[in-house]
Design a protein around this ligand. Sequence first.
Ligand SMILES: [Zn+2]
Length: 49
Amino acid sequence: MDKTKKVYKCPKCGSKNLICFMGFQTGMKYQCLDCGYIGPLKIEETETR
Ligand SMILES: [Zn+2]
C-alpha cells in the first residue's frame, strides 16, 4: 500500500501553499501564496502518513 504523497514547498518560506504558475516562454513556474514568491524552483518532499 502506498501511503506517501508528494508535496511541493516554497524554497523561500517553506510554505506548502504552492501553486503552478505558467510562464509564457519560460516553462513551468510556481507561485507561493504566502510570500508571493514566483520562480522555477520548488522543494519536493515526500510525506508519509
Ligand atoms: Zn513562500
